[in-house]
Design a binder for this molecule. Sequence first.
Ligand code: IPE
Length: 257
Amino acid sequence: MDLVKLGGSVITDKGKVTTLRPTALRRLAAEIAASGRDVVVVHGAGSFGHIKARKHRLNEGYVDDGQLPAVSEVQRDVRTLDLAVVDALRKAGLRPVSLPPSAIARLSDGALRDLDIDVFRRYADLGFTPVTFGDVVLDDRRWFSICSGDLLMLALAQSLRPRSAIFVADVDGVYTADPKRVRAAKLLRAIGPANLAAVDVGGSTAHDVTGGLAGKLERMIAVARYADACLLVNGLKKGRLLAALRGKPVVGTRVRP
Ligand code: IPE
């Protein structure tokens, strides 16, 4: 069993509200299918979630009634994206089943309190491809919260102990600085608690309501504790996800616990 997170920055255009990147999505779905591995797919929300969630401060939980229509709308939008992911996986020949966190997860003060892992396990055992995604979910303390795909990756890794946990992003891996701004930024072949300080995490939070790069690195390192291999690869480059799933050498960053 392997866990794959399709980052919102790869399958959507993060700068344009509710905009899919259909070509990347189609290819990644085909790579998952071609691997022949049993995969549980988690996907981010990208521009189907972050833009409106940020505008209405949904990551802070309940602030005022004005947020409530936005909770409903963002849930609807992320499901629209999820349908596109499910369709792409079906066209690639898999049998995806969608498990929306709004229906099967509960948070408490932003931390995952409850997730019905057995549903994932059961569907996977029956030969289906479970799919879940970043969503707005009930929160015991805040009424509602954002449940990110990374939080789901951690909970799933803890319970399912995958062979590999692969984070698919729009960059080649983790760099010493933001490669989109800093020309001298260097790709790190491995990252872990030992060299975390080598990464300049500033300024990567533009549209992100779930913690930016610093939070992401922390959660990836946590996931790495429960998988034989944990990797970050570029999903915009053909064949990298497939190579990672096959356990072949690939350009990317290995994440160490
Ligand atoms: C965010 O999920 C969920 C919402 C904003 C509703 P993620 O944090 O996993 O999404 P990406 O991968 O960063 O887009």
